[in-house]
Structures are given as C-alpha cells and as structure tokens.
Design a protein around this ligand. Sequence first.
Ligand code: FPP
Length: 239
Amino acid sequence: MAKQIDVNNIPKHIAIIMDGNGRWAKRRMLPRLAGHKEGVEALKRVTKAGRELGVKVMSFFAFSTENWKRDSEEVNGIFDLVKKHLSENFDSFVNDNIKIVTMGDISKLPQDLYQMLLDIQEKTKNNNDFIVNIGLNYGSRAELVRAFNNLAEKNKKNITEEDLKNELYTCDLPDPDLVIRTSGEQRLSNFMLFQSAYSELYFPKIHWPDFDKKQLKKAIIEYQSRDRRFGDIKREKNK
Ligand code: FPP
C-alpha cells in the first residue's frame, strides 16, 4: 500500500529549482520557450497543491544571475511568462490572502516587470495565509555579497549569523525544510545556499513541466521519512 502523508509533519517551506523545461521541450521537438510555458502551468498546479496540503511558503527559482547568458529570445520569453502569470493572477493573489515576495536584484529586470513586481509585493504585503517567493535575477553568492556589503556600510562589527540572515532577501521567511530540484540534476546551482544549510534535498528525475500534485506528495512523503537531527544525535523518546 502506498504510504500516506502525515498531515502533522508538512514542511512549512518548500523551495524548488524548476529544472528540465528545455529538455522537456526538446524531447517533443518544441522550442525551449514551450517548455518554460508548460513550466508555468506546473508552477500553478504545484503552488495550488502545496497550499492545499498545508505548506506555508513556496520558493521558486525562476531566473538566475547566470541565466542572462542564454539567448535574448529565451531570456525575454521567460520575463514575458512571469509578467503574464502575475498580471493574470494579480487579483486572486490579493483576494486569496497570498503574499508575493521576490529574491534577487529585480531592479535589473525590464522596467515594466520590475514595476509590476514592486506593485504586487506592495499590494499583498499584509497577506498571510500563503507566501510565494520568486527568485528572479537571483544568485545565492550575490545575495551573500550584498548582505556583507550592507553590514559593512552599517559599520557592523562582530557579525552574527542572525545579522547576516537579516540582510538576506529571505529575512522574513523561515529556512526551507525541503529543497526539490527536478530533472535528475543533483546540485544546488547557487540557490539558497545559506538558507538550505539543514534542508532535506530531493532530486526527482521528472522534468519540471511534468511535476504535479502527485509528485509533490511523493516528495513530502520522502521528506517525512528522513531523520532531521540538525547536528544533534538521535534520541529515543522518554530518555
Ligand atoms: C530551468 O530549465 C528553468 C528556467 C531557467 C526557467 C524557469 C522559469 C519559469 C518556469 C517561469 C517562471 C514563472 C513564474 C511566474 C515565476 P532549463 O531551461 O534549464 O531546462 P534544461 O536544463 O532542460 O535546458
């Protein structure tokens, strides 16, 4: 019998590297952008499923600091898809108590997308039922360098982990409990390196456009089978 999800142990924050859109498209002899388009459909399915299952925060790696190296057609195509998704769902984010936040230097994105992202973050800032965090022009090393520069500017001495954490884009979010990277690659590729220090990692072989609620449940069941010790030793109950 298939294992069931333990509803009392749902990861609070799931972070996802949505990999494999290009390969998904190539396999179908479609342009890469068709893969990204289908990737947005997966993102919609998976955020809905996450919320239904009781996840509180979901982070998505939509565009990395390294993705600028791709053809401008693909880069602009991804930005257009993000814009389309946000504009089509703007009202439902506002009305359904969903908070949208971003990580990365969004000021370098096309102006209309940048303005839209500022606007949606402002309009949803008091929402608190579910948080969607989108990584755009995001890289973990750049985030850390920015954090250290902010601290240097404040003349901060004897810097603590807490000080550093407070300068990250994710300062208001809990660390991810579970990081998923689809398409079988087993690396983090500059994604939430500080935040994922104790995250469970899960690498399903499936390409992102094929990811769905069933896959998310599988990932959560796998997460629930892990023994999270945070550097401690395993202790038996009542001892
Ligand atoms: C990785 O697959 C995917 C990306 C670089 C882009 C993902 C972006 C989206 C799905 C759009 C996000 C939209 C919103 C609203 C946040 P890849 O192209 O590296 O795949 P490959 O490794 O198979 O070539």
